[in-house]
Design a protein around this ligand. Structure first.
Ligand code: NAD
Ligand code: TYD
Length: 351
């Protein structure tokens, strides 16, 4: 690696969104050095990056972001120009059964990274710390309205509270130490490589096995769904063009009630599997609600559209079909990630 090469640390790059971002950055910027740091928890899988693993501008490092010594060594070794921080515990249901791992990774891990950056970045010139966050920090909407960048934080789950805390700490390093930072808060992502504990891949996997489809509560909960590659493209734009200290909301303008989305998915799956329509819908079971379940999330993405020219490209119907088809084409990936530790968790939760 030449000393002039722009070097970016991407944390959580073996996960769902991180793997799409790493792939985009490695392919789009052959002159950059992309270092992917990931602890390879149950959610991290290097198979997600098989196609770029030998790229000359790519390095993988297995490490835990809460390991302060390892993070200091890594910053000393690579002289990063920027950090794009995605590593996190990301599933709300897990945060309800085990909040502490969310505090450790999402809050403590973020501060460890901020400290390593502060220690190694001198006067901060030409540097940037990018915190990738979620719309869940804003809490829950009623029937109308959208989250904007000025909506007050009101997190309700241990997951969203831990992400909100990390966002506040990133902003504190901007105000207190002058660290150049940027943040984005995105809605629910979907697409290939999402771990099958989240709504869509869980339903797809259950349909494959003829298992029941657990819809929480009355199924009238609403999420704003975004194709994961559209999110990766937004992150690339915010990293390069976003204003210092600024926050950008990212969303698909694509609201679905859970039950409507599951119905739509069932119909697509029946079609792809050559089953008669209604076969998958018959598997739907309404189950006990998630405690503290946020009723509705929806994003106003005007700022990123107007200031940075970003817009989502993939339409819901097309994205849903592509997602279902990808999982059906990659059943060995599904089998591998649903074995072991995750399987035990899944069985305890739903059976
Ligand atoms: P994911 O669970 O698929 O991936 C998380 C990755 O982080 C995994 O590869 C895991 O191994 C790694 N990781 C976990 N703990 C770690 C630790 N202590 N040290 C190093 N690596 C660790 O998550 P995702 O859905 O890809 O989300 C990525 C980021 O985007 C998260 O910060 C999440 O809060 C945010 N986000 C996600 C969504 C979504 O819909 N999935 C929406 C908005 C924001
Ligand atoms: P999820 O994919 O866990 O994302 P988040 O909680 O971060 O929005 O869940 C999306 C929605 O789907 C949420 O309202 C909870 C609901 N849900 C179910 O109804 N059944 C399920 O099995 C899962 C995993 C989620």
């Amino acid at each position: 690696m030449s000393s002039k090469q722009h070097s970016i640390l991407i944390t959580g790059g073996a996960g769902f969104i991180g793997s799409h971002l790493v792939r985009l950055m490695v392919n789009k910027y052959p002159d950059y050095h992309i270092v992917n740091l990931d602890a390879l928890t149950y959610a991290g899988n290097l198979e997600n990056l098989k196609d770029i693993e030998n790229a000359p501008n790519y390095t993988f490092v297995k490490a835990d972001i809460t390991d302060a010594e390892a993070m200091q060594e890594l910053f000393a070794l690579h002289q990063f120009d920027g950090v794009i921080h995605l590593a996190a515990e990301s599933h709300v249901d897990r945060s309800i059964s085990n909040p502490m791992s969310f505090i450790e990774t999402n809050i403590v891990g973020t501060v460890v990274l901020l400290n390593a950056a502060k220690h190694h970045w001198g006067d901060f010139s030409g540097k940037r710390f990018y915190q990738v966050s979620t719309d869940e920090v804003y809490g829950s909407l009623g029937k109308t309205g959208l989250f904007t960048e000025t909506t007050p934080y009101d997190p309700r789950s241990p997951y969203s509270a831990s992400k909100a805390s990390a966002d506040h700490l990133v902003r504190a390093y901007y105000h207190t130490y002058g660290m150049p930072v940027v943040l984005s808060n995105c809605s629910n992502n979907y697409g290939p490589y999402q771990f099958p504990e989240k709504l869509l891949p869980l339903m797809i996997n259950n349909i494959r096995h003829g298992k029941t489809l657990p819809v929480y509560g009355d199924g009238q909960y609403t999420r704003d769904w975004l194709w994961v590659v559209d999110h990766a493209e937004a992150i690339d734009l915010v990293y390069h063009k976003g204003g210092n200290g600024e926050t950008y909301n990212i969303g698909g303008n694509n609201e679905w009630k859970n039950i409507d989305l599951v119905h739509q998915l069932c119909d697509v799956m029946d079609d792809l599997l050559g089953q008669s329509q209604g076969t998958s819908r018959a598997l739907i079971t309404f189950v006990k609600d998630r405690p503290g379940h946020d009723r509705r999330y929806a994003i106003d993405a005007t700022k990123i559209k107007q200031e940075l020219g970003w817009a989502p490209k993939v339409k819901a119907e097309e994205g849903l079909r592509q997602t279902a088809q990808w999982y059906l084409d990659n059943t060995s990936w599904l089998e591998r990630v649903t074995s072991g530790e995750y399987k035990a968790y899944y069985e305890k939760q739903y059976q």
